[in-house]
Design a protein around this ligand. Structure first.
Ligand code: GCO
Ligand code: MG
Length: 405
């Protein structure tokens, strides 16, 4: 079998998505997700101008060699753009191999390890009371794990609070089409957040898993304080407490709290995790297959994580397309050290562009035995939605200082 052609499909059914489609001489094709929120066109160019020409004529079954060719062969390694492009190729090649061998992708990477993939949903509200109510709605929908984010008294805006409750969308332009500006106060946030989780446990008891995302806004010692104050409420995890470029910073957090820690949605390779893994400084790996070079690299990350008692909890925000979700579900079904999968629901418009096999039932996502990834793209429908430039917001402290969003 040979790769004969590949193309990049850009669509915007409510938000931008970039999809790679690889065609073969036997008529089998595969698709992969290449969406990088707020910087989508850079990956389009990387794929069209540099990657696709190198794929033509290759045997699509040689997944490891193609991966290494695109990673080692380029000299300029790592980075969100490169690794997202490699991921798109890798997912598409797995899709092709599964279809060609008439088997679902999970069978190519270990087979079935579980019957369903536990997911966590996103409950969020403008204030504490509203957030409590929203968590109740997820409990009613059968979710076993729920992330709670709330507006903070005294702040106009913050990360994780949606205009439309069920469909949180992080990209946000201002009136002039530039990144919206959010505001931040660590003091207000730290004073408020333990109250939210106290109220959640008082209202709903101990049965459900609760999660929370700090979105990289604390210093290690502030994260240590928050982790410690949240201990009585037994969080499933506390996510992205600090900017994680400095892996050593996690030693401070770990020394002070037993609240489990999740990190990595902005990471690209296993090298971002070496200290975090070997010193057992975290509990969950968040790097999605899309951001981290696809299934090929994900298997290596998960294997190394497993050695250090660390489980997966992949990023699954709306800016990762249903193609990444399908790939993640095959992956999560196959590996042993799976923890949880983030599931921010895509809109009906998006789901129609990406017809898929996976489905939600009572707190779990399930895949079927359809060969390949069990996902497709409706190109005619995709063509109706033109790309729109959309940025992620930026974030400033109350005195105007530029901060982490
Ligand atoms: C999450 C994330 C997202 C990101 C988004 C950026 O935990 O789901 O923090 O909401 O902000 O993916 O594009
Ligand atoms: Mg996050």
């Amino acid at each position: 079998m040979k790769i004969t052609d590949a193309k990049v499909i850009v669509t915007c059914p409510g938000r931008n998505f970039i999809t790679l489609k690889i065609m073969t001489d036997e008529g089998v094709y595969g698709i992969g997700d290449a969406t990088l929120n707020g910087r989508e066109k850079s990956v389009v160019s990387y794929l069209e101008d540099y990657v696709i020409p190198c794929l033509i004529g290759r045997n699509p079954f040689d997944i490891e060699d193609i991966w290494q060719y695109l990673y080692r062969g380029v000299y300029w390694r790592r980075g969100a753009i490169t690794m997202s492009a490699i991921a798109a190729v890798d997912m598409a090649l797995y899709d092709i191999k599964g279809k060609a061998l008439n088997t679902p992708v999970y069978n190519l990477i270990g087979g079935r390890s579980r019957t369903g993939v536990m997911v966590y949903g996103h409950a969020n509200g403008a204030d504490l009371e509203q957030t409590i109510d929203e968590v109740g709605k997820y409990i009613d929908m059968g979710y076993l794990a729920i992330r709670a984010q709330s507006g903070i008294p005294g702040l106009q805006s913050t990360y994780g609070v949606a205009k439309e409750k069920m469909y949180y969308e992080p990209a946000q332009n201002d009136a002039s089409g530039l990144p919206a500006v959010n505001e931040w106060s660590t003091e207000k946030y730290l004073n408020f957040t333990p109250k939210l989780f106290k109220k959640l446990r008082d209202t709903y008891g101990e049965e459900h898993h609760f999660l929370h995302d700090c979105h990289h806004r604390l210093t290690p010692i502030e994260a240590a304080r928050l982790g410690k104050e949240l201990e009585p409420y037994h969080l499933f995890w506390l996510e992205d407490t600090v900017q994680a470029e400095l892996q050593e910073g996690f030693r401070i957090i770990r020394k002070h709290t037993t609240t489990p820690l999740a990190v990595g949605e902005v990471f690209n390779t296993i090298y971002d995790y070496t200290t975090l893994f070997t010193e057992q400084l975290i509990d969950y790996v968040r790097m999605s297959l899309l951001r981290g070079g696809g299934i090929t690299h994900g298997l290596k990350v998960a294997a190394m994580a497993g050695v250090y008692h660390i489980r997966t909890g992949f990023h699954g925000a709306t800016d990762l397309s249903p193609v990444t979700m399908a790939a993640a579900l095959h992956f999560n079904t196959a590996i042993n050290n799976f923890g949880v999968q983030e599931y921010m629901r895509h809109t009906g418009e998006t789901d129609a562009v990406f017809p898929h096999e996976y489905y939600y039932d009572k707190g779990y996502l399930h895949i079927t035995d359809k060969p390949g990834l069990g996902i497709d793209i409706d190109e005619a429908l995709a063509a109706k939605y033109e790309y729109k430039r959309a940025y992620l917001p930026v974030n400033r402290k109350l005195d105007g200082t530029m901060f982490n969003w």
